[in-house]
Design a protein around this ligand. Structure first.
Ligand code: SF4
Length: 434
């Protein structure tokens, strides 16, 4: 039997799709490209914008036209929100939301056989247990493990708490078991992610720093990278304990969204710009070399020119190593969706200013690292035959020599755009296998 996948929306959906792919492969299915002939097409849908819903319908229709006898499954946030609407689409036999994803192969086989429509979407708001899904792997070097799902924060612009439900954490034993298995297969870098990673453990009486320490203690683990965190996690205890773990990459993605208190309050972000700055100060006290990256929303409803300026000033003050800018986009069903949107040209102009500032800061950060020696996990060859990878501080680096999957010490010599060019220092390749 053949199955194809189409992922819409965010990185978390990408993760869930890859996990479901592994489950289908384990169950003996052949995975083919979306749009090819197959018995089952799975669309992992997104509902964050009206466009997301439209795309889901388009993809379901495309899958059905290509394989009129096939089964279409709609999984993810779109199905979570509107299961019956999805099931009414031609060819859609299974609606699978943000739970029961581990049952996808079984539900697909059953629908193929019985041709009965099945609504497998559960009430996500009542979900209390983390659903085990396999890690997402990238070649043979880096594995991403989702260790937490759901969010209790209810930021005013975000639909996630409604589509992904409350905080659920993966049991430490299961995290460690999977990391051990992947490390034995040769994976070196482990990225721990979640929807609201800082909440890890709150439902199972542990916390994020405890699982970080346990993962770092495992043989074969060379690097641990953390997904996006909120600033309030940056306490003395957290930062000191992270600093004590040499395997923790010195790159921290700390969501900002706005550098202006009044906008943060309207976003229901639960911290002030000063509290954010204090967290970064603490982080840098223990890890002065750390790269701090962030996300920011341009043109939140009601944002004045002055509020926008405050955000620009704040970003420059923090001197981020990278800034991801998202022009505000309305999510129906959220509190912010009731506010009056700013004109598109204002949002675009503010986004452009933030992007330009972010680019300057990124260059300045890379420039400040020139001359230093940093470990780089080599992952890919670029068009000119150089090996490329990232430093622990997430500087994209290119070198001559070295081979795929090696961790080498590289002296950073020069910046070319957003890439640092360097040379391998001494016989550092050995250190990868220590
Ligand atoms: S933005 Fe992040 S913290 Fe806020 S509600 Fe959404 S997932 Fe939760």
């Amino acid at each position: 039997m053949r199955v194809s996948f189409c992922t819409l929306g965010c990185k978390v959906n990408q993760y869930d799709t890859e996990s479901m792919m592994s489950l289908f492969a384990e169950a003996g299915w052949d995975i083919v490209d979306f749009g090819e002939e197959c018995e089952v097409s799975l669309i992992n849908s997104c509902t964050v914008t009206a466009t997301g819903d439209k795309k889901t319908r388009q993809m379901a229709s495309r899958a059905h036209t290509k394989n009129p006898e096939g089964i279409v499954i709609v999984a993810g946030c779109g199905a979570q929100k509107a299961a019956e609407e999805m099931l009414a689409l031609p060819g859609v036999y299974v609606a699978l939301g943000n739970k029961n994803r581990s049952l996808a192969p079984e539900l697909a086989a059953r629908a193929w056989e019985t041709r009965e429509k099945h609504n497998a979407v559960g009430d996500i708001m009542k979900e209390r247990v983390f659903e085990e899904l396999p890690a997402m792997t990238d070649g043979r070097t880096r594995a991403t493990l989702k260790i937490q799902d759901g969010c209790n924060r209810f930021c005013s612009y975000c639909i996630i708490p409604f589509t992904r439900g409350p905080v659920r954490s993966r049991q430490p034993e299961n995290v460690l078991k999977e990391v051990k298995r992947l490390a034995a297969e040769g994976f070196m870098e482990f990225v721990l992610t979640g929807i609201h990673l800082a909440s890890y453990g709150r439902d199972i009486e542990t916390d994020l720093i405890a699982i970080i320490e346990r993962v770092c203690a495992l043989d074969g683990v060379k690097r641990v990278r953390l997904g996006s965190l909120e600033p309030l996690i940056l306490t003395e205890d957290f930062c000191a304990r992270c600093a004590a773990q040499s395997k923790v990459c010195r790159q921290f993605h700390i969501s900002l969204q706005s550098g202006c208190d009044s906008v943060l309050a309207r976003m229901n972000r639960r911290y002030t710009a000063d509290e954010y700055a204090h967290g970064i100060e603490t982080l840098r006290k223990y890890m002065p070399e750390a790269a701090v990256t962030t996300d920011v929303i341009a043109g939140f409803p009601g944002e004045t020119e002055e509020e926008h300026r405050k955000t620009l000033e704040f970003i420059a003050r923090i001197a981020f190593a990278r800034v991801h800018v998202f022009p505000y986009s309305r999510r129906p069903g959220t509190k912010a969706a009731e506010l009056i949107d700013l004109p598109k040209r204002v949002k675009s102009a503010r986004a452009a200013e933030l992007i330009e500032l972010g680019r300057r800061l990124e260059h300045a950060y890379i420039d400040s690292a020139l001359g230093s020696v940093q470990s780089v996990l080599l992952e890919q060859e670029d068009a000119s035959g150089r090996m490329t990878g990232y430093t622990g501080t997430y500087i994209h680096t290119a070198v001559n020599g070295g081979s795929h999957g090696e961790i080498v010490d590289v002296k950073l010599l020069k910046r070319e755009g957003e890439t640092a060019l360097g040379e391998i220092a001494g016989d550092s390749a050995e250190s990868a296998n220590e």
